[in-house]
Ligand binder design. Sequence first.
Ligand code: NAI
Ligand code: MG
Length: 365
Amino acid sequence: SSKRLYRVAAIPGDGIGVDVTEAAIQVLNKLAEVNGTFAFEFTTFDWSSKKYCERGQYMQEDWNAQLKKHDAIYFGAVGWPDIPDHISLWQMILPIRQQMNQYVNVRPTRILRGTEAPLAQLREKPGDLDWIIVRENSEGEYAGQGGTTHGHTKHAMATEVAIFSYVGIERIMRFAFETAKARPKKQLTMVTKSNAQRHGMVLWDQVFYEVAKDYEGVVTHDKMLVDAMTVRMVNRPESLDTIVATNLHADILSDLAAALAGSIGIAPSSNLDPTRSCPSMFEPIHGSAPDIAGKGIANPVGAFWSAAEMVRWLGRGELDETADDFMRAIENVTGDPQTRTRDMGGRADTKGVTEAVCREIEKMC
Ligand code: NAI
Ligand code: MG
């Protein structure tokens, strides 16, 4: 047939990453079946903390070549209590982001129907929170430069060097302006800490204003120091739209954003290679949640929203309506108290929510 085939590498990882990835695959296959113009071929990689314990490595030697055979990567979560988190991060997530040229991390945040936002303002007007956080994903504070001297003694000294390059800043700023331009408000807020960090952050500001010139009259922009930004996110959420920040700052701000939106279990994230020379990676922002792992009660909504973002990306503009339908199906499910998981105040389990979303997809397409 003339169906478009998308090859997706699935990495379920650890804990609830396994449950929500299985759920996402089920829902994506349903979406493709109902839509009829495309299909998915999933290859599952069992790269996990369990494998690390067995063979001393998360991924296989040829992981880079393996992943490059795919159009996209779908990722669950990685990390387990017996293994220091920097090992799982530096042996899997960060190498993938870096070697797959995924220099942008995009985190949309809004309040899905049925989520209880902690702020009174947002419970009354959920529409006041509708943001896209664009995170620099390749350098900055997570560049990995630094070292330790006199380790394991009281004279231990360690450096953690942040790297900001002109090229690295310019490309993230351009992506952020383009993202802002494509949204109704056409508004970009740049986050920095250039009062205290006077080299890298000052370059960050400078490049922002240079790129801003190309968007004069098209995108309005302003600048915030990161500490003041946390206050604005809480007190005046409606004053923000698209936000661009460094690797560390955006990591923290996007967790705050997810909390303000009501649940860590619903938030998605996309690691993009805008040049499309490597596969981009889609994952819920939550971790492996060891406290509820294996119980079948994880909220799969963050995984579904991430899957919807993957569909949008793979479609290159041609599957936007399908992704929107998918999001509507998800919100019909979160909007119904019968089909909410415990973290959203309901009693449904992962399987129940997944089946409900599949039914909604069948109804709407
Ligand atoms: P976490 O996100 O796994 O869990 C935090 C809390 O939120 C827990 O109480 C958990 O039960 C709850 N929660 C998270 N996702 C949920 C969902 N989908 N449904 C219902 N409840 C949910 O963060 P935590 O506990 O700090 O980290 C656990 C492990 O996950 C660590 O090893 C950490 O390094 C790793 N991690 C991995 C990430 C990734 O793979 N991208 C991101 C964050 C953490
Ligand atoms: Mg984080």
